[in-house]
Design a protein around this ligand. Sequence first.
Ligand SMILES: N[C@@H](CCC(=O)N[C@@H](CS)C(=O)NCC(=O)O)C(=O)O
Length: 230
Amino acid sequence: MNRILYALCGADRSRPFSPHVWKTVLSLAHKGLDFKTAPIGFTQIPVIEDAATKTVPLLRDGDRLVSDSFDIALYLERTYPERPSLFGGKGGEAMARFIESWSQTTLHMALTRIILLDIHDRLAPVDQAYFRASREARFGTTLEAVVETGAKAELETFAVKLEPLRTSLKRQPFIGGEAPLFADYIVFGALQWARITSPKTILQDGDPVKDWFERCLDLYDSVGRSVTAA
Ligand SMILES: N[C@@H](CCC(=O)N[C@@H](CS)C(=O)NCC(=O)O)C(=O)O
């Protein structure tokens, strides 16, 4: 098969954890496209496919290479238009951009402060050194200090941040309506990242967001459950 998805893993190469890679896993499953996963660590990203990318996901589809989870979804939509749509039209594409911004600025920012050390602890030693140096430069402090000062408060307020999603899920089973769209996979990716890397409880039982997340884990022969929770 000549469709390969490069997926970020820790020391255990059977546990891809990147939120953006998970968006692509579900995008490919949504389109019914088979692929092979190529597990890599952080420090391998800049050298794969002749230095084609600085970030994952990277998808090889025959002789095409596409990076960035949103660009990959757009590529799949245009290349395989006869298969189920990931966006439901141009308006859906534009609205998925809003969901991406919300997920990135609100959910990822909070989750990072909660799971940063858990991610670090699961990486291979060479990747731990890179991760610590790059993230400590970004935060201007140690990984330990980020989690020490941020995790408790972020955990306490995370449910409030999900309120816009919770309200809409009381009306419909998926962000996309009756069936999931790429917008669902964007938010799913963020929560799946936390599920795979951290034992901390992010979603509470009885929360409609948790019910929706479980529905997403069940999609496409439960591909999301192919990696167990931390
Ligand atoms: N906007 C990109 C973000 C991709 C991204 O940031 N990927 C992370 C892994 S979760 C990465 O490859 N980081 C490389 C690094 O930190 O060196 C997307 O949606 O694909």
